[in-house]
Design a protein around this ligand. Structure first.
Ligand SMILES: C[S@@+](CC[C@H](N)C(=O)[O-])C[C@H]1O[C@@H](n2cnc3c(N)ncnc32)[C@H](O)[C@@H]1O
Length: 219
């Protein structure tokens, strides 16, 4: 896999431990492996793709919470949308939002090929605006777009989350830079984590899995 485009690589977990954990985690489906391979061929960097540990964690959370309606903010090439769709029942739905045209094309092609039960709907445009237009409630929201806007997305999606529903925020440790945030992205993520920690409407656990994953449950 090609390496990081966005930030210095700081390993939250010892790479050997991470490899072991991946080896002991349920394998990705062949569809998901194909998405990783074709994303790697098509793009210079694929470090934005959430990967096996986060993918299987999302699947597990969807299964144990019986989630049916899922919102994803940030599709990239469709890895996590397809992963989540695989864990949903036949009546499940993933709405995923993407504004980058190249990423829209790639994810659309992957959905056409691998979303055989047509559970995924791609919304093209800026999630900062599109989220307001979504109707109904969601059981689970996967937050994985521009890090600067995490707090904005949180404010917009929390009212749309059903009671007991989950917001899963990826990259919540941002390579460890949240410890002494000195650039706009790490400051935004640190502010987001603090906002969540101080919000009495939710309970949360920030797991040091891969780049950090904040699992937030609406009370
Ligand atoms: C980290 S990647 C998503 C990875 C994907 N969830 C996965 O695991 O494969 C973030 C994606 O969000 C998109 N994005 C960033 N800001 C956005 C915005 N304001 N509206 C819609 N999409 C956005 C980027 O173009 C990129 O494709």
């Amino acid at each position: 896999m090609k390496k990081h485009s966005q930030k210095p690589i700081v390993h939250i977990t010892d790479p050997e431990i991470e490899r072991y954990a991946e080896g002991m985690t349920t394998p990705e489906s062949s569809a998901i492996q194909n998405i990783v391979d074709s994303s790697d061929r098509e793009l210079e960097y694929i470090d934005m793709l959430s990967g096996k540990l986060v993918g299987q964690l999302l699947k597990t959370l969807i299964r144990i919470s019986n989630a049916r309606r899922v919102l994803e903010i940030g599709s990239f090439t469709g890895y996590s949308a397809i992963t989540m769709a695989e864990a949903l029942g036949d009546d499940g739905e993933v709405i995923t939002i993407e504004y980058n045209e190249r990423h829209q094309q790639l994810s659309e092609a992957h959905f056409a090929k691998y979303d055989t039960k047509k559970k995924i709907r791609l919304l093209k445009g800026d999630a900062r605006k599109l989220v307001d237009k979504l109707e109904g409630t969601f059981d689970l929201v996967f937050l994985d777009a521009d890090k600067i806007s995490y707090s904005l997305y949180y404010d917009k999606v929390l009212p749309k989350l059903k009671q007991g529903g989950l917001i899963i925020a990826d990259n919540a440790l941002w390579g460890g830079t949240v410890l002494s945030p000195d650039d706009s992205k790490s400051q935004a993520i640190a502010a987001f984590n603090t906002k969540v920690a101080e919000d009495e409407r939710v309970e949360q656990v920030l797991l040091p899995v891969r780049d950090g994953i904040n699992i937030i449950r609406k009370k």
